[in-house]
Design a protein around this ligand. Structure first.
Ligand code: SAM
Length: 218
């Protein structure tokens, strides 16, 4: 299998399962216009986040890594009217684009974008969060996961994106700090009795990667 096939299959499922969505399309377009990098989750993965939030009946969601608000919108749409989502973003420019996109999607009443390094803003939050989505700088994944766990309750779900990194995750001696961040995260999870987790490898338009899904059990 090659990238061309993965892209074609991604497009097939996207057109079969995801109706045209002007707000999400506009979010990606405004992110491109604003000069943001094209590193939002793929549409089918955004839908997976949305379904996970619905399946868990999430009323409170934490996101680490906002970019232009694409995954934020997928997640926030799963919230009830009195739900809340806090998303943390380091780059003020990304946060500004995200705020405009969230407003245009009609979700500003339940979404707050906080600007700053997530390691500085995380201690200021108040949990619990029913679902956490970690998708920022990978080197800090273990710390983000610790905070997400701190703000969880039994039954909360923590999702971490980009854990396969084109297969580089298996390279124990990698000098890539992102790979080491992902490996340290999984050592942490392996030794954490309060979570039960799995990892999924994914292929698609964005190449070969994957995500880890953890259920907080106690
Ligand atoms: N979740 C977004 C989506 O799918 O639409 C994509 C997020 S993008 C992969 C990662 C984001 O994390 C970028 O916007 C980047 O500026 C932000 N980021 C990087 N380091 C950060 C940090 N230390 N604290 C908070 N955000 C950070």
């Amino acid at each position: 299998m090659d990238q061309q096939t993965w892209t074609a299959v991604d497009q097939y499922f996207t057109s079969a399962l995801l109706p045209p969505d002007p707000a999400l399309t506009a979010t990606l377009e405004s992110s491109t216009r604003g000069g943001l990098p094209p590193i939002a989750v793929a549409p089918l993965q955004g839908k997976l986040l949305h379904l996970l939030a619905k399946l868990t009946g999430a009323k409170s969601i934490l996101e680490v890594g906002t970019l232009g608000g694409y995954s934020t919108i997928w997640l926030a749409r799963a919230l009830p009217a009195d739900g809340r989502l806090i998303t943390l973003e380091y780059e003020p420019k990304h946060a500004a684009v995200a705020r405009a996109n969230i407003e245009a999607a009609g979700l500003a009443d339940r979404v707050e974008v906080r600007v700053g390094a997530a390691l500085d803003t995380l201690p200021e939050l108040e949990g619990p969060f029913d679902l956490s989505f970690i998708d920022a700088d990978k080197v800090n994944n273990p710390e983000y996961f610790r905070w997400a766990l701190e703000y969880s309750r039994p039954g909360s779900v923590i999702v971490v994106d980009n854990v396969v990194r084109g297969g580089a995750v298996v390279q124990a001696d990698s000098t890539d700090p992102s790979v080491q961040g992902v490996r340290k995260l999984h050592e942490l999870i392996a030794n954490e009795p309060r979570v039960d987790a799995t990892a999924l490898q994914t292929v698609g338009d964005k190449g070969y990667d994957g995500l880890t899904i953890a259920l907080v059990t106690s």
